[in-house]
Structures are given as structure tokens and as C-alpha cells.
Design a protein around this ligand. Structure first.
Ligand SMILES: Cc1cc2nc3c(=O)[nH]c(=O)nc-3n(C[C@H](O)[C@H](O)[C@H](O)COP(=O)(O)OP(=O)(O)OC[C@H]3O[C@@H](n4cnc5c(N)ncnc54)[C@H](O)[C@@H]3O)c2cc1C
Ligand code: FES
Ligand code: FES
Length: 1336
């Protein structure tokens, strides 16, 4: 056995290659190791805390207990390399490549258009690959489970599923057959013959071939069998790691070092170390102890080793449930409920049952149900073993238990249930899967045989306090009582008194959490009632319409139908325009070869910069002290305002914004300085040590309400008016006033912001490799900051891992700061924001408040509407005025309201500055008017769809409220086709019937039309430029000013060049966007990228084509390369620039008129949802979208944009909720707190149809811009939820006109479905009301 002071050799394999690490650092996670030491860049950083799946790899190990090699998907960001001894890792690079052979998983995700920006793709590939290693013919349920822990912000998941479902056996492919729907594999062509439903073809896809898989290294099997490695020790700079090989040694070590944590899965310890900076100087690793992984069955239950993963636990329980008498497995059935949706597959593979309980985090789900089931813990220490009951006394505080520090949890005994015992588990989270529960519960009741008399009852809650809570007094009162309505009402009253939270409780959401506690008990009451009834016990009936409340929502895999118009028959088969071509870099993305800025290998001498940010919302900076930080290892320098060689400001339309705060801070998260160090870890640690002394200033304005009270607005205040609103109100039969609030949204692009600044050492030149949507602006800002002209600064943008508007502005600030660091040190400097910093610093979508007054007739016709919009702009103007303008310009949507007035105020507050986000104010402007129409429909007691239809623009020559002429024909076509395709009317009746038969579950359906302006309303931006070079070998290089961020701009540009030059797409390449090739480009934004770039590329290609035309005529038989050589010899220029001068759009705000947009994209969307009135959970059932994208350049990419945008809209309108503390601190700083849509949120039926015979004379080949509009369609879910809530309220005799702000979270749904539980929970709230969070 080696002594703890000596370092051991760490042996593991990566992609079949043996790695022997003699200086393994216990703080090093596999993700950083792969990327920075091994040089494998395919595995991505998205969050560093197990919350996104971008870092998924496969881990294989030989398990002596079952003599088999086991494969798991795991999150490399939480996997310490020291834990890998004897194990094999396979990364995306290890399964296939474009240079050798693609793996079928890689090929199929690419071919099915499942990779847009590609940043999530390697993680998706590895999750699926691991599944196939374990199950070569998976079911759809297997795929759903495998991908539940992988987030994608671009695609909307459906295409990923479409690609992967081709691995399923046809019979197992989908669950759609069940409800009488068509199986997704049956390609029944029901569309016209000029339409197609086929977005891809897998006929020639590579078959799954297990011989392509890397074998598990035999050396590792031998090592595991021999178990001869003994204790392993690794010493890093700050942390020592000891990994004992057997239990005896572990017990000894724990006695010696009681304060060292016993780490197993690292899913609880890891995030605290990585994200919160917790330091454990010594870690004892328990993952090699086989005694902790054993599973033993006894007569009265199973004993599970504490180091068994949650996946293993789930499998064990599932087997038991399928094999044993159901009456004996009630505990196991209950325990499976949270295990089916807890975290993602990767985390469940790593996390252990012991770690879950001993983390003593009340949000973790297992303790409440294990305690209710009276589980016992076997504990070992030097003094021997003992048994401890898992109950409320076991937990002594947050993160604390009664175990002594030297004690080790050996195993947990989970009993079989007794004959008259009933057990249930409940949880409600922000998202149905892959989210911590807000409240969880475990409940057990045992009856006197053959009676309804309670013999024993236990009710435990997690999430109602710092520790597990037992409703002990309540339970005591219930013993001996009969299971009847009186017991229920007494129990609820007692529960509320005993476990109810006070108003200022940690975590907020007090009424909701209190209500959940009661609702869960009510569900339990009914479940048990039903059971007793089925056993012939004389209890009261459960009304049939109450039964659906007992069934949790079933998660399904999204499927969908698509249709698009085929290209005309006369179009050459060589011409790719209009065909569903795969994203050009999809294979590179799927193999991990695609390079993002942080994948660029380190430049010699490279440094890292980490930001020092304000912790106060509004304060004077008294002093900045970096002295401690400067003494820390690796720190090179600290920079702040005084180090900026040029100007310490970023200018945007004459509005300056400081790069570094100099005198005063105006929000939490504002950059004050930055530490430059040798490594990212050193920079981060030192940045935390910079001391800033503040003097708080008043006022601190955070909310829209506060800004209104203080009249704190940015100028100009915009106004648009059509008709005479007062006159309209005078004629109206009804007047209604109200307001609608819409929360903001975080971009959550999977790739966080950053860049590398490389000083060239000559004439002040600097190259920046940057994730920017607006390279020209970044170049300009960096030049001004450094005091050098733009021609010395070159920005390179290869691709972005998602942008969504968030990488236009703030990235320029980050670039200027990084460039300052590079300038000061003379060395290359890299900046990669951690997810938490990215969320804190970079801002997101503006929260909006719309206050309205509307005048309407009894038939729903709206005569006049006066809407005042307030947006929270944050502390600087950024793009807020333009965003407000877009909201105002969209306030009419598709409705001809004769008298319409809008005013727009951008509130100046002390929050991080809000910025552009896909839709740019459009969704907010549109949603408020939709809300107005919804309320009008409610007041008129008419279906909302009727009120929408009656108010729509109908005249062929219609005028918007800013007097822009347009034809609404295609909007009406989309609307009618959408209602027809979605079978709206039929389903509306079905929903009414469903609602009448179900008391606690309700459904709603909503449809909206859309008219969305395309192009920049700042007319000068409507331009594009390109450069096309033909080389002598016939290959073509295209450069343009757009940036590729997943939307497929490069693919479309190549399709256009291919059409004009009549060469295959394979000859055409786009390397990067570079300010040195195409200067002064507009941002890739406003859905205008392809319009501008496409036209410019077309222009350049046509120039070349016309130069070549005489030669083609002369040498008709020449091949393309021959032609090019001939042209070269004839001294014909083979390089051409292209330019597109777009329309001059502008609005005269004084006169309320002007053509704000180039043209409009139209569409319509219809969605159906179901809500659980008791928990606030909801399920998106089906969505149908019909979209007018003109003649699509590439239907696959356009449908991808529509689905992806819509799913971002799902997030915006239903689950994404940013939370700020009353001090203005953003609390939601990572995927654990902020939930973007995961696979479970996508409607199982998501159908997208492109309107046939659509044309657009204004844009390239009659196409239309599509990037932004579909986000708004997420509001159909919001209004459908509102309909469902209204149905519940009507049934309970409450008004169906009620306020609901966006997003319609579980909390809001539950609290709007008022009933006796909400009343009890709200009236019983105790203590003064100090809000945990505020609505900004
Ligand atoms: C992204 C993410 C999502 C999650 N979602 C959920 C969720 O929805 N619901 C939920 O319930 N949980 C969730 N979790 C938490 C997860 O289940 C726990 O982190 C996990 O079970 C802890 O196990 P571990 O082996 O990783 O513990 P570690 O991190 O290794 O250790 C955790 C603690 O337990 C102690 N410990 C572990 N084993 C022993 C032992 N045998 N004896 C003594 N002490 C021991 C350690 O010393 C440490 O204090 C999530 C975690 C992540 C990262
Ligand atoms: S980076 Fe590992 S899960 Fe997000
Ligand atoms: S393709 Fe999934 S995050 Fe971009």
C-alpha cells in the first residue's frame, strides 16, 4: 500500500489511448483535462455544473461484481480525473470523424438537421452513442431518457429525435400508435404532389456497426480483477486526494481525516467547488469500494449500497416492481416517481443514493420518500457499525446530519411494503424533468386490516425549510381516524399550521409552496381512497372527474409533420436552391471537429482574463484594492479604467457606456476591473479577492414600477398613433382597462461569450477571434479603446455556439477589455465567461409592462386601443430605444384597429443593461395586443379566435398603424390553414368535453396570427457585402459580412453561389467572417442576415458568371476547372465583391408614419395544453404552425428556425424566469436555477407547414427572413394555459377574467386555480412580508 504522501500513477484511457498521469491534480475535472491537456476540443463547456449536457462523454468500467463492462454517459465537467483510475473514456472524437468514418449517430443527427449552431451536438451524440452501446435497438422511451439531460437552445429537439429514432425498431419507434395517431415511421403522404414532407432521407445512412466501437482496454479489466492498486494518492497545488481500495482502509482514513468529505459521484460536492469556490484541502474518494456498491435482497426488502448510482437504484426498483407482488412494492413504485424525472441521465449515472441523502439538501427528492418508507441506514466507523433511522431527526440543518464526521454510510435498507400500507411520492419543479423540486413529499399510511382506520401515518416534506420536515403533530392527530373527508379537511388545517412557511421564508414562492404541501396531501388522500375502495373498504366515492388528478403527466418524445413546397419540376437537379440541404458544417459539428473560439489552441504565452464586477446596484466607488490578488499564484496584472490606452467607453449611436466603471457603479454585475493571470482558475480566484469599497447611493431603482414613480426614463419616449383614440372610445360599447407584464429572458446560448485577443507586435495590430454577431462593431470599439484605427484591428468569427441577439453588443465591451489586457501585457489574452458571469454581466430580453385601455363593440370588434409600454432598460441605453420602437411598430400585429395609440417608455433602472434578443421587442409588442384581444373575447363571452378573426386586416391594400402598405392575404391564408390543419374547431369541442369530465386537470387551446416586420428600421443597416474568389483548381471561397450561429447563413449563401455559378456545393467553402475581407458589415440580426448576405453573394457571383459567360459559350464542353484555368490564362479576374443596397426604411416618429420594414413575414400558430390544477404543472400537447417564408431557400433550415424559435418561445412564455433579489442581485445564474426548455417541454406533436405558393418580390429568390418571428408563437401556450385556468375557475364559480403575467410558471398556474387549498395556504401565511424576489 502506498503512503498518503506519495503520489500514485493515475491510469486511464481516452479514446483507446492509455494515459498515465503522474501529477494528477484533484481539482482538475475531465472536461478541462480533455480540452487543455489532451487537446480534444469536441467536448464542450456549457455550464460546468452538470446542468446542460454539453460535456457528455462515455465512461466505461469493468464491474467485478457482475463481471461485465458497463457504459455510462457522464458529465465531464463534474468528473474529477483522479476518479478515473482504471476506467475508459470515449469522447465524440473517439467514435468517428470526417477524416476516417463517421459514426452513424454523427451522420444521422447531421442528416436529420439536428445540428444548428452545433455546440450541444457532441453532447447529444455521446448520450445517444452510449445508449446504443447498451441497447443497439432502443425504444423511443430509451431515447427520451438518454437525452433528458442534454439541452439544446437552437433546434427545438425534434430534428435530433428524428435522426435518432431511425435506430429504433419500427415497432418500438413511437408511442403515437397508442392514442390512435399514426406511427411516426409510417410515411403516409397526404399532401399535394407539389408538396413534400421529406426533410431528409436516411436510405443510404450508415448502418450501426459495433465493430467500429472501441473495445474496452483489456488492461483495465485485468487491473480491476486484480484490485492490486491499493490506496491511491494524488497531490495538487491545493488539494490532496486519497482513494482507498477497500472498506477497511476507508474507515481508517475517515477516522484519521474526519473533516475530509467522502466523495463518490461529485455531483453535490463538485458544483460547490467549481461554481462557489469551496475548497476541500483533502478529499477521500469512495468510488472504488465495492462494499458500497452491493445490492442485497432480504425477506423484507432490499439493501442498497450507499455508492449505488441513482440509475442503478432505478433499475433495481423497476425490476422489483415488474417481478414482485404490486402490494409489496408500493415503496418502490413511489420511489420510482422522482427517480424517473430527477436530473438528467448523466447525473443519475454519477449521483449516488448515499450522496443524495447525506447532502442533506431538502430540495433533493429522495429523503422525504425514504423517510416516509421508514428506511434504515447502516453506518460504519472505526468504532463499528450502527443502524440509524432515516427520519426528520437525522437531518440537523441544511447540509448537516446526525452522522459523526468519521462515519461512513454503508447502505440503505428500503423495505417492502406491508399489506395495508400505501406510499406515495410527489414533487413539483420549475421544469418537469431535469430540475430540482421546489417542494417534494413522501407519504405513507397504514390501516387496520380491512378498515379505513389509520394505524400509522407519516408525512414528510422537502423544500419547506432548511431540512426535511415531518408533519409529526398532524400525523399524530390522524391516527385512529377514518380516511374520510373530515380527516382531509382537518389534516390540511393542521398541516398548514405545522409546516406552513412564513412570508419571508428562504427561497420565496411561499404561498405556492404552502399550497403544494396541501395539494400533495390531497392527491395522496384520493389515491388512498381509491385503493381502499378497490379493496372493498367502505369509504366515500372518488368522483370520476377527480381521477385524472392522480395521473402524473406522461413525458413523450416530440414528433411532427412538416410540409413544404417542392422546387418547380423545371429546376435543374444540380440547383440546390429551395431544397432541404443539410447545414454545411453539420458533420464537423457532430464529430467535434467544428472549431469555436475557445477551441483554438493556446497561443504561445497566452494569458487569461477574469472580470471583477460590482456587488452593489448603485454606489460610489471609494477604493479598489487588488494588492492581495496581485500576490496570488499566476497573477500577472490587474486592469481597470486607468489602463485603457484609448477611450474607456463603448459608443452606440452617441450613447456612451463605460467599459470599466470608474467613479460609480450603476448595477450589480457591472465590470470594474479585470485580473489577468496565467490560467483561468488563477484569474478567477484572484478576481474574487479584489476588494472594492463602496459608498451606497440613492435611489436604487430596480423595477418598472419604481422607475415610473421616479419618472426615470431614457429618451426619446416614442409614440405612434393612428386615427383618433378618444373618438374611438366614445363610439365603443364597452371600455376595458388592464395591464400585462412580461418577464425578461436570458439568452442562454450554449456557448458563453468570449474571445482571444492576439497582439501582433507590429504597428498596433491586433487579431481577435471572437464570438460576435457584429464583428465590425467589435472592431470599431476595440480600435477606439486601444486608440488605434480600425484597419489595425481584425476580427475573425468562425462560428458562434448560438447568439440570439446576445452577442451583438456586450461582446464588444468584453473584447475591448480583453484587448486592453493584451495591449498591457503584450501577450495573447483569452476571455471565456463562466455561465454564472455570463448571465450576470451580459443582460437579456427586456421585461415589459403594457397598460392598456380598449374600446370595443359587443361582437368583439375593437374600435380603439391605447397602450402604454414600459420596458426595463437597465442601467444603460444599449439598444433599448430601438427595441421599444420595434415593440410599438408591432403593436397592431395583424389587426386593423382603426384608432390605435402606443407610447413607449424605456425605464432607467439599476439593473444590468438589457439588450437585443431574438425578436427584439417584437414578441413583447405583439403579446400585449394579443392579451388585449384575449380579454376582449372574455368580456364579450366569445371564442378568442373569433375576436381575432373579426379584427384582422382584410383589405388587399392594408395599412399598418405606421402607414406602411401591405397585403394581409398570406397572413389570412396561414391563419385559415393553421385552424384547418390543427383541427381547431373539432379540438375545441373535445377540450370542452374533457374539461367537463375532469375537475383537477383542464385543457386550453389558443391560436394567434402573426405579421412580423423584416429588416432594420434603421435603414442604413439594410445592406450586405460579400467577396467571392475562384481559385485555379475550380474551388470557390466565399466571404460575407454575416456570422454563422446555427441559422445556416453559410449554407444558404453556398446554395446561392452554386445556383449562379452552376457548380456543386462541394466546391464552395466559407472559412470565416473576417473584418479584413468584408468591412463595415451590419450585425447578423433582425432576421435580415440571409436577405442581405444572400443578395450580396448573388451580386458577386453574377459578376463572375458574366465574366465567364463568353468563355462558356466559346467552350461549352469545358469542365468547370478547365473553364477557370482558361479564364485565368485570359487574365479574367476571378474575384468579385458583391453589394446589396437594401431599402431605405425609416419611421417619422413625429408624424407616426414611415415604411419601417422591408416586408413582413406572416404565420399562424395553434397550441393546446393541459394543466394540473393542483400542482400548476402543465403539459404542452400539440402545436401546429403555418408559416409564410416565401419560396424557402432551404426548407430544412427554415423549419429548423421555426421550431427552434418556437421552443425558445415556450421558454419565454412558460418556464424561463429570471429572479432578482430586492437588492438587485440576479439569483438565477445557471441552469440549476434558470430553466430553458428541455426535451420534456416540446409538444409531442409539433407540426410545421410552410405556406405553399408564397412569394416575396423583395428578398433573395422570393424567400423571407424567418429567424425572429416564431419566438412569438410561444404565446399560444401562454394563452392556452390561460384558457385552461379560466375553465377551472369557471367551474369553481370564479371570474374567468383574471391577471396572469408571463411566463405562466407552475407557481402562477397553481395560484390562479384558486380553491380551498390556495385559500388556506394564503390566509395562513405568517410574519412580515419581505419578498425573496422582485418582479423587475
Ligand atoms: C445538475 C444536477 C441536477 C440534480 N437534480 C436533482 C434532482 O432533481 N433531485 C435530487 O434529488 N437530486 C438532484 N441532484 C442532486 C444529486 O442527486 C446529488 O448531488 C447526488 O445524489 C449526490 O451524490 P454524489 O455521489 O454525487 O455525492 P457527492 O457529491 O460525492 O457527495 C455529497 C455529500 O455526501 C457525502 N457522502 C456521499 N457518500 C457518502 C457516504 N457513503 N458516507 C458518508 N458521506 C457520504 C459527501 O461527503 C458529501 O458531503 C442534482 C444534481 C445535479 C448536479
Ligand atoms: S458543461 Fe457539463 S453539464 Fe454543462
Ligand atoms: S444546435 Fe443545439 S445548442 Fe445550438
Amino acid at each position: 500500500m502506498s503512503s498518503p504522501s506519495l503520489c500514485s500513477e493515475l491510469i486511464f484511457y481516452v479514446n483507446g489511448k492509455k494515459i498515465v498521469e503522474r501529477n494528477a491534480d484533484p481539482e482538475e475535472m475531465l472536461l478541462g483535462y480533455l480540452r487543455r491537456r489532451v487537446g480534444l476540443m469536441g467536448t464542450k463547456y456549457g455550464c460546468g455544473s452538470g446542468g446542460c449536457g454539453a460535456c457528455t462523454v462515455m465512461l466505461s468500467r469493468y464491474e467485478p461484481l457482475c463481471d461485465a463492462v458497463l457504459h455510462y454517459s457522464v458529465n465531464a465537467c463534474l468528473l474529477p480525473i483522479c476518479s478515473l483510475h482504471g476506467q475508459a473514456i470515449v469522447t465524440v472524437e473517439g467514435i468517428g470523424s470526417t477524416k476516417t468514418k463517421l459514426h452513424p449517430v454523427q451522420e444521422r443527427i447531421a442528416k436529420a438537421h439536428g445540428s444548428q449552431c452545433g455546440f450541444c451536438t457532441p453532447g447529444m451524440v455521446m448520450s445517444m452513442y452510449t445508449l446504443l452501446r447498451n441497447q443497439p435497438q432502443p425504444t423511443m422511451e430509451d431515447i427520451r431518457e438518454a437525452l433528458g439531460g442534454n439541452l439544446c437552445r437552437c433546434t427545438g429537439y425534434r430534428p435530433i429525435i428524428d435522426g435518432f429514432k431511425t435506430f429504433c425498431e419500427a415497432s418500438a419507434c413511437c408511442q403515437n400508435g397508442e392514442s390512435g395517431r399514426t406511427c411516426c415511421m409510417e410515411n403516409i403522404n397526404t399532401v399535394r404532389n407539389d408538396m413534400s414532407e421529406e426533410l431528409f432521407n436516411m436510405d443510404d445512412a450508415l448502418p450501426l456497426d459495433s465493430s467500429q466501437d472501441l473495445i474496452f482496454p483489456p488492461q483495465l479489466t485485468l487491473m480491476a480483477r486484480k484490485q492490486g492498486d491499493g490506496r491511491l494518492c494524488f497531490q495538487g497545488n491545493r488539494v490532496k486526494w486519497i482513494s482507498p481500495a477497500d472498506l477497511k482502509d476507508l474507515v481508517k482514513l475517515k477516522a484519521e481525516y474526519p473533516d475530509a468529505p467522502l466523495m463518490v459521484g461529485n455531483t453535490d460536492i463538485g458544483p460547490k467547488m467549481i461554481v462557489k469556490g469551496v475548497l476541500h484541502p483533502l478529499i477521500i474518494y469512495g468510488g472504488r469500494i465495492s462494499e458500497l456498491r452491493t445490492i442485497k435482497w432480504g425477506n423484507n426488502g432490499v439493501t442498497v449500497g450507499s455508492a449505488c448510482s441513482l440509475s442503478t437504484l432505478k433499475e433495481v426498483l423497476q425490476t422489483a416492481v415488474s417481478e414482485l407482488d404490486p402490494n409489496k412494492t408500493r415503496v418502490y413504485q413511489a420511489l420510482l416517481q422522482p427517480l424517473l424525472c430527477l436530473a438528467g441521465k448523466q447525473i443519475r449515472n454519477m449521483a449516488t443514493i448515499g450522496g443524495n441523502v447525506l447532502s442533506a439538501n431538502p430540495k433533493y427528492d429522495l429523503s422525504s420518500i425514504l423517510a416516509a418508507a421508514e428506511c434504515k441506514l447502516q453506518v460504519i466507523s472505526k468504532g463499528g457499525t450502527r443502524e440509524v433511522i432515516l427520519n426528520e431527526e437525522f437531518f440537523t440543518g441544511f447540509g448537516k446530519t446526525v452522522l459523526q464526521p468519521s462515519e461512513i454510510l454503508l447502505s440503505i435498507h428500503i423495505p417492502l411494503s406491508k399489506p395495508w400500507e400505501f406510499v406515495s411520492a410527489f414533487r413539483q419543479a420549475q421544469r418537469r424533468e431535469f430540475a430540482f423540486s421546489m417542494v417534494n413529499a413522501g407519504m405513507r399510511v397504514a390501516f387496520k386490516e380491512d378498515t379505513a382506520v389509520v394505524e400509522e401515518i407519516d408525512v414528510f416534506y422537502g423544500g419547506l425549510g432548511p431540512t426535511l420536515v415531518k408533519a409529526g403533530r398532524t400525523c399524530k392527530e390522524l391516527v385512529g381516524r377514518s380516511w374520510e373527508e373530515k380527516l382531509l379537511s382537518d389534516a390540511c388545517r393542521l398541516l398548514q399550521e405545522e409546516v406552513g412557511l412564513c412570508s419571508s421564508a428562504h427561497g420565496g414562492r411561499v404561498s405556492f409552496r404552502n399550497t403544494l404541501a396541501l395539494s400533495f396531501f390531497y392527491k395522496f388522500y384520493m389515491q388512498v381512497l381509491l385503493e381502499l375502495k378497490s379493496r372493498g373498504v367502505d369509504v366515500c366515492d372518488v368522483p370520476l372527474e377527480y381521477l385524472s388528478a392522480l395521473k402524473p403527466f406522461k413525458n413523450e418524445v416530440p414528433q411532427g409533420k412538416h410540409s413544404f413546397q417542392l422546387v418547380p419540376e423545371i429546376q435543374s437537379s444540380m440547383d440546390p436552391v429551395g431544397r432541404p440541404s443539410m447545414h454545411r458544417a453539420a458533420y464537423q459539428q457532430a464529430t467535434g471537429e467544428a472549431q469555436y473560439y475557445d477551441d483554438i489552441p493556446p497561443v504561445k504565452g497566452e494569458l487569461f482574463v477574469s472580470m471583477v464586477t460590482s456587488t452593489r446596484a448603485h454606489a460610489k466607488i471609494i477604493a479598489i484594492d487588488a494588492s492581495v490578488a496581485l500576490t496570488m499564484p499566476g497573477v500577472v496584472t490587474f486592469i481597470s479604467a486607468g489602463d485603457v490606452p484609448g477611450q474607456n467607453r463603448r459608443l452606440w449611436f452617441n450613447n456612451p457606456e463605460e467599459l470599466f466603471a470608474e467613479q460609480e457603479v450603476i448595477c450589480v454585475g457591472q465590470i470594474i476591473g479585470a485580473i489577468v493571470a496565467e490560467t483561468r482558475e488563477q484569474a478567477k480566484r484572484a478576481a474574487d479577492k479584489v476588494q472594492v469599497t463602496y459608498e451606497d447611493l440613492l435611489p436604487v431603482l430596480l423595477t418598472i414600477q419604481e422607475a415610473i414613480e421616479h419618472q426615470s426614463f431614457f429618451h426619446p419616449i416614442r409614440r405612434l398613433e393612428r386615427g383618433n383614440v378618444e373618438e374611438g372610445f366614445g363610439k365603443a360599447e364597452n371600455i376595458l382597462e388592464g395591464e400585462m407584464y412580461m418577464g425578461g429572458q436570458e439568452h442562454f446560448y450554449m456557448e458563453t461569450q468570449g474571445l482571444i485577443a492576439v497582439p501582433k507586435g507590429e504597428s498596433g495590430e491586433m487579431d481577435l477571434y471572437v464570438a460576435s454577431q457584429h464583428a465590425a462593431y467589435t472592431q470599431e470599439v476595440v480600435g477606439i479603446t486601444l486608440g488605434v484605427p480600425s484597419n489595425k484591428i481584425t476580427c475573425h468569427v468562425k462560428r458562434l455556439g448560438g447568439g440570439f441577439g446576445g452577442k451583438v453588443m456586450k461582446i464588444a465591451t468584453l473584447s475591448a477589455i480583453t484587448a486592453t489586457a493584451a495591449h498591457k501585457t503584450g501577450r495573447a489574452v483569452r476571455c471565456v465567461l463562466e455561465r454564472g458571469d455570463d448571465m450576470l454581466i451580459t443582460g437579456g430580453r427586456h421585461p415589459f409592462l403594457g397598460k392598456y385601455k380598449v374600446g370595443f363593440m359587443d361582437d368583439g370588434t375593437v374600435l380603439a386601443a391605447d397602450i402604454t409600454y414600459y420596458s426595463n432598460g437597465g442601467c444603460t441605453l444599449d439598444e433599448s430605444t430601438f427595441i421599444m420602437e420595434k415593440a410599438l411598430l408591432h403593436m397592431d400585429n395583424g389587426y386593423r384597429i382603426p384608432h390605435l395609440r402606443g407610447r413607449g417608455f424605456v425605464c432607467k433602472t439599476h439593473l444590468p443593461s438589457y439588450t437585443a434578443f431574438r425578436g427584439f421587442g417584437g414578441p413583447q409588442g405583439l403579446t400585449i395586443i394579443e392579451s388585449v384581444l384575449h380579454e376582449v373575447a372574455v368580456k364579450c363571452d366569445l371564442p378568442a379566435e373569433k375576436v381575432r378573426a373579426i379584427n384582422m386586416y382584410r383589405d388587399e391594400e392594408s395599412y399598418t398603424h405606421h402607414k406602411q402598405v401591405f397585403s394581409p392575404r398570406n397572413m389570412i391564408c396561414c391563419w385559415e390553414e393553421c385552424l384547418e390543419k390543427s383541427e381547431y374547431r373539432k379540438r375545441l369541442s373535445a377540450i370542452e368535453e374533457f374539461n367537463s369530465l375532469n375537475h383537477w386537470k383542464k385543457r386550453g387551446i389558443a391560436a394567434v396570427p402573426l405579421k412580423f416586420g423584416i429588416g432594420f428600421s434603421k435603414g442604413f443597416y439594410n445592406q450586405g457585402a460579400a467577396l467571392v474568389n475562384i481559385y485555379k483548381d475550380g474551388s470557390i471561397l466565399v466571404s460575407h459580412g454575416g456570422t454563422e450561429m446555427g441559422q445556416g447563413i453559410n449554407t444558404k449563401a453556398i446554395q446561392i453561389v452554386s445556383r449562379i455559378l452552376k457548380v456543386p456545393m462541394s466546391l464552395i467553402h466559407i472559412k470565416e467572417t473576417c473584418t479584413g475581407n468584408v468591412p463595415n458589415a451590419a450585425p447578423s440580426a433582425a432576421s435580415f442576415g440571409t436577405d442581405a448576405v444572400g443578395m450580396a453573394v448573388k451580386n458577386a457571383s453574377e459578376k463572375l458568371r458574366s465574366r465567364l459567360e463568353p468563355l462558356i459559350e466559346k467552350h461549352p464542353k469545358y469542365t468547370w476547372p478547365e473553364l477557370v484555368v482558361e479564364a485565368y490564362c485570359q487574365k479574367i479576374s476571378l474575384s468579385a465583391t458583391g453589394f446589396f443596397m437594401g431599402p431605405h426604411t425609416s419611421v417619422d416618429w413625429e408624424k407616426s408614419e414611415g415604411p419601417a420594414y422591408y416586408y413582413f413575414t406572416y404565420g399562424a400558430c395553434c397550441s393546446e395544453v393541459e394543466i394540473d390544477c393542483l400542482t400548476g404543472d402543465h403539459k404542452n400537447i400539440r402545436t401546429d404552425i403555418v408559416m409564410d417564408v416565401g419560396r424557402s431557400l432551404n426548407p430544412a433550415l427554415d423549419i429548423g428556425q421555426i421550431e427552434g424559435g418556437f421552443v425558445q418561445g415556450i421558454g419565454l412564455y412558460t418556464i424561463e424566469e429570471l429572479q432578482f433579489s430586492p437588492d438587485g442581485v440576479l439569483l438565477t445564474r445557471g441552469p440549476s436555477q434558470y430553466k430553458v426548455p428541455a426535451l420534456c417541454d416540446v409538444p409531442p406533436q409539433l407540426n410545421v407547414h410552410l405556406l405553399a405558393n408564397a412569394r416575396n418580390p423583395h428578398a433573395i429568390y422570393s424567400s423571407k427572413g424567418i429567424g425572429e418571428p416564431p419566438v412569438f408563437f410561444g404565446c399560444t401556450l401562454f394563452f392556452a394555459i390561460k384558457e385552461a385556468i379560466a375553465a377551472a375557475r369557471r367551474e369553481r364559480g370564479q371570474s374567468n377574467s383574471f391577471p396572469l403575467s408571463s411566463p405562466a410558471t407552475a407557481e402562477k398556474i397553481r395560484m390562479a386555480c384558486q380553491d380551498r387549498f390556495t385559500s388556506m395556504a394564503t390566509s395562513a401565511e405568517k410574519g412580515p412580508c419581505i419578498p425573496w424576489t422582485i418582479n423587475v
